[in-house]
Design a protein around this ligand. Sequence first.
Ligand code: NAP
Length: 378
Amino acid sequence: MHYRKFGKDDIQVSVLGFGAMRLPLRSADPGDIDLSQATQMIRLAVDNGVNYIDTAYGYHNGKSEMAVGQALRDGYREKVRLATKLPYWAVNAPEDMDQIFAEQLARLETGKIDYYLLHALSKTAWEKLKGFNVLEWAQSKLDDGQIGSLGFSFHDGPEIFRQIIDEHKWDFCQIQYNYMDTENQAGAAGLQYASSKNIPVVVMEPLRGGSLANPPENIRQVFQRSGITRTPAEWGLLWAWSQPGVSLVLSGMSNLEQVRDNLRIAENYESRKMSEAEMKVIAKVKKAYLDSKAMDCTQCGYCMPCSYGINIPANFAMYNEAERYNNYNSPKWQYVNRLKDEERASACTGCQRCLPKCPQMLEIPDLLERVHKALKPQ
Ligand SMILES: NC(=O)c1ccc[n+]([C@@H]2O[C@H](COP(=O)([O-])OP(=O)(O)OC[C@H]3O[C@@H](n4cnc5c(N)ncnc54)[C@H](OP(=O)(O)O)[C@@H]3O)[C@@H](O)[C@H]2O)c1
């Protein structure tokens, strides 16, 4: 395993961190973790040098912290640095923070959280937590040693990222980063900004939640044409490790084979940068992803406003995202949770007033029907 300096105490953390958000399950219930396999996976990783484990209050319906706590019995807790997060959505009064934190220590069977993050900060989440004086609360935990370092994980745009970075002297931060997301969320600009302030960056979703490890056939062909024999997961992890400013890369491994594979990848690749030729392969793959659109919507918005309030471009963007990565999980979630009833494809009456407005001459009502069929809840 390779290690990099991390944070205020120059601690050496393994470049591969274990993300406990995608642990193996015994049934379709996200809380029904296969504890025996999860323990084997976490211990295998630790036995092979992984010393950073990331979990959160909400993962696996609240069961991830407990699974991590159990896996770290028998002396494993002392071998790792543990990260977990404060769920802003569960904080509705200042005293909730104490109650959640106490629960986390109990679930994790520990007296200290080495790396504590404010979870999934966005503009709204940050404002909400500031309203409860979260920084003073966290400082008291830092002072009494219950928290080692304070950071935040992030899901919003680059300006908000800069703002949050500037409003506190953070020990570290965690961003979604992979070769498809350099312009998304904090993005490359955010990574550079945090680095310029000497704030260590932890990468989450290096394989875009698994999508980049299981690409559609057209993308596989681009990799194959490079003549380099390497799996898509290897390409994704190597790319993330190669980015200046990245301290460690979390992988949400979901079976023993993936743990073994990622340990091997970390061993083989981490210590070197990507060559120019390899960067060109990634650029081609990225272009191929971006070019692959199931629906030829350019997001120009000429079809808007829809007489019935449907957000036509957003519906098409979600469908294209699902098809592009051959992964419907996140777009389905967005379709249900990010769109209001009247904005969803299902609200189309077939009035056809949008048809003459589309420069791409898309058959919008038919396509909206296709979107709803693909993304509607089961
Ligand atoms: N704070 C936040 O807001 C937040 C948000 C997201 C993530 N996180 C943290 O960051 C961690 C990493 O993010 P992530 O879990 O999304 O990581 P990721 O590496 O992008 O995705 C993990 C998935 O990639 C696939 N995978 C991993 N290694 C593989 C391999 N060697 N071969 C083939 N497939 C492989 C698996 O998908 P399949 O199981 O489908 O094969 C696995 O479930 C999370 O576990 C969590 O701890 C935090």
